[in-house]
Design a protein. Structure first.
Length: 240
């Protein structure tokens, strides 16, 4: 079988800073699909636009098919490789998994930005940092540092948001039930983003979510740790 090609964000010194790409990495590994990974900087956006007609990664190339958006990629993989391990658990689980996907994107990701953005920028390639800072600060209406200034408030808001997750993981080992599936990969991608993007923890050590996160790190021979994490030495001379 000819390997699929996945384009994913690459940062400083080969780091992989995109939560959406991590979802797709886990999905491809779960489905046991051969794949060739092609790291892509923000500065390479024209290549992504040429291939997919839009500006974001991940994108997946399967012969003459080009699929973009992590959710679209996941559903494509499930249909295309129906004989491989089920990604959603069952067809009836696709709808609830979509709810988890939207909850992660609409609720968890914006809160996590307020906890890691000031650190995260230093994980990016040096040539991408100006673009990232300019575009994100325009969206936020403030600097990255100002967005993350009131950490106790944002930690409290994040803890409240993940209360249902904490309760579920006290009752079962994975979000998907007895074994990890795409629900877990979606939610874990947010925590993986934080693991690689900031030296500061966002969870208490004794929480069920923290224990689950460690289980997810260990899946697939510790795939979550094959790339470097947050490089504290990259903090600029101005402390930013």
């Amino acid at each position: 079988m000819t390997p699929l090609i996945m384009y994913e964000r690459v940062g400083y010194d080969g780091r992989r800073p995109s939560p959406f790409s991590w979802r797709t990495r886990y999905a491809l590994t779960h489905k046991r699909v051969p794949v060739e990974y092609r790291p892509t900087r923000f500065a390479d956006v024209q290549n992504i636009q040429r291939l997919s007609g839009q500006s974001f990664v991940p994108i997946l190339v399967d012969g003459d098919r080009v699929i973009y958006d992590s959710w679209n990629i996941a559903t494509y993989l499930e249909e295309r490789f129906a004989d491989r391990p089920a990604l959603f658990g069952a067809p009836s689980a696709i709808g609830p998994t979509r709810l988890v996907n939207l909850w992660s994107d609409v609720t968890l990701l914006p809160l996590m930005r307020r906890l890691i953005y000031a650190d995260f920028i230093w994980c990016l390639d040096e040539g991408d940092r100006k673009y990232f800072r300019t575009s994100r600060e325009r969206d936020l209406g403030c600097t990255l540092e100002e967005a993350c200034a009131d950490r106790p408030t944002w930690l409290a808001a994040f803890a409240t948001a993940i209360t249902p997750l904490e309760r579920v993981l006290k009752e079962q080992p994975y979000v998907g039930g007895a074994a990890a599936n795409y629900c877990d990969y979606i939610v874990f991608s947010v925590f993986q983003w934080a693991r690689l993007g900031s030296p500061k923890n966002v969870l208490t050590k004794d929480s069920a979510v923290s224990a689950w996160r460690q289980q997810m790190v260990g899946l697939f021979d510790g795939m979550a740790d094959i790339f470097p994490g947050y490089p504290q030495q990259l903090i600029g001379p101005d402390g930013r």
